[in-house]
Design a binder for this molecule. Structure first.
Ligand code: HEM
Ligand SMILES: CC(C)=CCC/C(C)=C/CC/C(C)=C/COP(=O)(O)OP(=O)(O)O
Length: 306
């Protein structure tokens, strides 16, 4: 016999730890940390990974990213209340107070600095702090409001963790680190604008001058395609600076082609669903591209000596 349980329709508030986890933007920060981790592996000779430094830097960068995300939630609580996508977040829904969120974000940031300064190197700790401020303050409080190039400039803080990974191992920043930075920097506009096309009405309602709001959907879709095309040669930079070889080159060409074809199709189809699919593909693209760099690094015959 089946038992039918009737449940109250009133939703219980989410548990505190779930709210704190939500503040950390776990999925975004995971990909950010993955790019940093790949940079660390590429900066180390194959088979000779400095495990303690890699572990400490991964934890430190993850904590800093989560702290920056939590500060972003605090600064954006008013506009988050206006947009459907964000109105159930812990601050606009009242599940976490501003003070608790501030204490949480500050604690994570301080822990990150302590770990990076003492167990990695002071240079990486300072760069991470600048990245945190770049996202939580410069992008969130200022760039977001200046006009449609906001996220092109804001993309620098999302791209910086690849450099942080490199400097964690080498103590410096070289062309190799800059090549990885540029890939994420050029990837960010098509990544975000695809979502902004689908969510343009919410951004307009919140008064945020994102590209589809200020310049319309057709212009944004052309810009997405232009950036997706430009991303193909930029994704070859790791080969140019000697970080990877033909295996990566072939993979990057296939992935870049898939991204560009999808962006091209979006220009001729009026569908928010398709825009969201491109947004989803942008995440798959970056994940696979960095996974290719990793695999290429460990190939028995590395580089061009095939
Ligand atoms: C200024 C730069 C960036 C902007 C404006 C931006 C914007 C966004 C937005 C608005 C979302 C939707 C979030 C949500 O609904 O909760 C998102 C999701 C995401 N972003 Fe970005 N992003 C940027 C940079 C990055 C970077 C650098 C990465 C990784 C390297 C990244 C990875 C992701 C991932 C993995 C998601 C999916 C989250 C999910 O499925 O819940 N983003 N991004
Ligand atoms: C190491 C370190 C400090 C890294 C920081 C990098 C980082 C967390 C980048 C996140 C980029 C991002 C999700 C931007 C969207 O913000 P948004 O406010 O436009 O999006 P939202 O409306 O979803 O909040």
């Amino acid at each position: 016999m089946t038992t039918v349980r009737t449940e109250s329709l009133t939703l219980a508030p989410p548990s505190a730890w779930r709210c704190y986890l939500k503040l950390c933007k776990l999925k975004v920060v995971s990909l950010v940390v993955f790019t940093a981790l790949v940079a660390m592996v590429l900066a180390s000779p194959p088979g000779n990974l400095p495990w303690v430094t890699v572990l400490a830097a991964t934890i430190g960068i993850a904590l800093a990213g989560a702290s920056a995300a939590a500060f972003n939630h605090i600064a954006d609580r008013d506009i988050d209340q206006v947009m459907g996508r964000t109105q159930n977040r812990p601050l606009p829904s009242g599940n976490i107070s501003r003070t608790s969120a501030t204490v949480f974000a500050t604690t994570l940031g301080a822990l990150a600095m302590l770990i990076l300064w003492t167990m990695v190197n002071p240079f990486t700790a300072v760069l991470t702090l600048l990245t945190l401020i770049g996202y939580a303050v410069v992008y969130t409080r200022y760039l977001k409001w200046i006009g449609p190039q906001n996220i092109v400039l804001g993309g620098a803080s999302g791209a910086a963790p690849a450099m942080l990974g490199w400097s964690a191992i080498t103590g410096t920043i070289g062309w190799e680190a800059f090549a990885l930075f540029l890939i994420i920097f050029v990837w960010t506009p098509p990544h975000f604008w695809a979502l902004a096309v689908a969510r343009r009405e919410e951004y307009a309602k919140a008064g945020v001058p994102m590209l589809p709001v200020t310049h319309g959907v057709p212009y944004t879709k052309h810009s997405i395609f232009a950036y997706a095309l430009f991303l193909i040669p930029v994704s070859y930079l790791p080969v140019t600076v000697g970080l990877s070889g033909p295996f990566y080159l072939i993979g990057a060409t296939i992935l870049g082609g898939m991204f560009a074809v999808r962006a091209y199709k979006l220009m001729y189809v009026d569908s928010d669903q398709l825009a969201m699919r491109l947004f989803g593909f942008s995440i798959t693209y970056l994940t696979l591209l960095f996974a290719l760099l990793l695999v290429d690094h460990y190939l028995p015959v590395h580089g061009w000596a095939w």
